[in-house]
Design a protein around this ligand. Structure first.
Ligand code: NI
Length: 167
């Protein structure tokens, strides 16, 4: 399989509404395995399908470095059922190299998803795990982390964003 290329901000694919995964095929499993290789290579925490050019609803997380419990998570067709609390922290995104901004998120989420074996699961997440689920689920709806900061702050970032943007 060819090396996956991470899509950078400015590419329209990052603004698309992704479609549900209908079937977990061997090809999908192989693609997801490759996404973990890609994620490790760039030392990231999460990677969504549109970030590697596929407009379908799935993402992976590798929280090994930060939360031993949740290393190598695959969420297919995730749905955030409820949120509560608030957390504010610095966030980055592989599609925005070098950009880190304070983003306010819910502190806890309950998320239903399908795992790689096709089983429906519900997870209650908090802290960084919850933040990552929200960030990656946003990607599946064409929403980016910069959409969560206020307009004034975004204006201040416009120079940096222009540098990142592919045209
Ligand atoms: Ni991201």
């Amino acid at each position: 399989m060819a090396r996956q290329k991470i899509v950078i901000y400015g590419d329209e694919v990052l603004r698309e509404m992704c479609t549900p995964v209908k079937e977990i095929t061997p090809e999908l499993k192989e693609f997801i395995e490759e996404m973990f290789v890609t994620l490790r290579r760039v030392k990231g925490v999460g990677l969504s399908a549109p970030q590697v050019g596929v407009t379908e609803r799935f993402f992976i997380l590798d929280l090994e470095a930060v939360e031993l419990e949740h290393d190598k998570v695959v969420m297919i067709n995730p749905e955030i059922l409820s949120t509560s609390g608030e957390q504010c922290g610095e966030e980055g995104c592989l599609s925005f190299p070098g950009l880190f901004v304070e983003v306010s998120r819910a502190n806890e989420v309950v998320c239903r998803y399908t795992d790689l074996d096709g089983k429906q699961k519900v997870v209650r997440a908090e802290g960084l795990f919850a933040r990552a689920i929200q960030h990656e689920t946003d990607h599946l709806n064409g929403v980016l982390f910069i959409d969560h900061i206020d307009p004034v702050e975004r204006e201040m970032l416009s120079g940096k964003l222009k540098k990142i943007k592919v045209s």
